[in-house]
Design a protein around this ligand. Structure first.
Ligand SMILES: Nc1ncnc2c1ncn2[C@@H]1O[C@H](COP(=O)(O)OP(=O)(O)O)[C@@H](O)[C@H]1O
Ligand SMILES: [Mg+2]
Length: 276
């Protein structure tokens, strides 16, 4: 991921092609004539098929960063390149998933997954095949005729994931997608996401404030500084895959967790904790 690692043999998958390249991205918000510098400078190079998480203190600019990559927020300066093309607006090459479910409550599960494909005017047969394939992939095919209100929070997020994957985006951008779930459901969803990622081979940029979630899922964890954010450190997670839920108890896992915990706590000062 870094220049040195590329020279030393490349990413964990041995692929050298960049999926997402971030060059000197900076973001300053203007609110009531006041300037708020959210991102000072972020540089990243995510290779095809990699799972990369971003952690950082609350309010440091994680969501802003992900929305810039998604093309939903304009950057002040810098470049975002996805599969060789510079991006400035949303596009079907980038699938986004958020903490809150974005399903339409009045549409059944299969119609929710089909909706975006119908808007794209894909042939009916292809829509049907994709809906079935991705609902099976997330293990919810038998719930195809249910309404979102009839599903648990975890199931709703699995449908949201099927909906995003059905577009066949080149990269997945996820902003705390399991943040609203209870801790047990969350662990189950992390294991599911790992399985789905390993089958779909997508490049993933995943924002979370949960250190263990980041270590469990990632090839690399990017630690951002406090606002205005810069990349404080990029940590390569050298744990074997597939990872069992119980890997959290291993010494190596706990070492990674502690290292990231220390980095994050260096960034928090008493003023921030008091919210002043
Ligand atoms: N639309 C906006 N206008 C002004 N300031 C914003 C806007 N969106 C976010 N910010 C500010 O930018 C900073 C980073 O926010 P955010 O990206 O949501 O942080 P995180 O996701 O890391 O918690 C915060 O100080 C926030 O108040
Ligand atoms: Mg956020």
């Amino acid at each position: 991921m870094t220049e040195n690692e590329i020279a030393a043999g490349g990413s964990p998958l041995g692929k050298e092609k960049s999926a997402i390249k971030i060059n000197k991205v900076r973001k300053v918000f203007t609110r009531n004539d006041e300037e708020i510098e959210a991102i000072k400078e972020v540089n990243l190079d995510i290779k095809e098929g990699e799972f990369v998480s971003v952690v950082g203190p609350s309010g440091c600019g994680k969501s802003t960063f992900l929305h810039i990559v998604g093309g939903f927020i304009d950057k002040t300066s810098g470049e975002v390149i996805v599969n060789g093309k510079e991006v400035n607006k949303p596009g079907p090459d980038r699938g986004m998933m958020f903490q809150e479910s974005t399903l339409y409550p009045w549409l059944k599960v299969d119609r929710n997954v089909a909706w975006g494909l119908e808007v794209q005017k894909l042939p009916k047969k292809e829509i049907k095949e994709r809906v079935e394939y991705f609902l099976k992939l997330v293990g919810l095919w038998e719930f195809k005729n249910n309404l979102p209100s009839e599903l648990s929070g975890g199931m709703k997020q699995r449908v949201s994931l099927a909906k995003v994957l059905a577009f066949n985006p080149e990269v997945l951008l996820m902003d705390e997608p399991f943040g609203a779930l209870d801790s047990q459901t969350r662990e189950m969803m992390q294991a599911e996401l790992q399985r789905i990622w390993s089958e779909s081979r997508k490049s993933v940029l995943f924002v979370t404030h949960d250190i263990e979630e980041a270590v469990f899922l990632s090839d690399y964890v990017v630690v951002l500084s406090k606002r205005p954010s810069t990349v404080k450190e990029v940590i390569k997670i050298d744990l074997p895959r597939p990872r069992e839920i119980s890997i959290r108890k291993s010494y190596d896992f706990v070492d990674y967790r502690n290292k990231i915990w220390d980095l994050l706590h260096e960034e928090q000062n008493v003023k921030q904790l008091r919210g002043v």
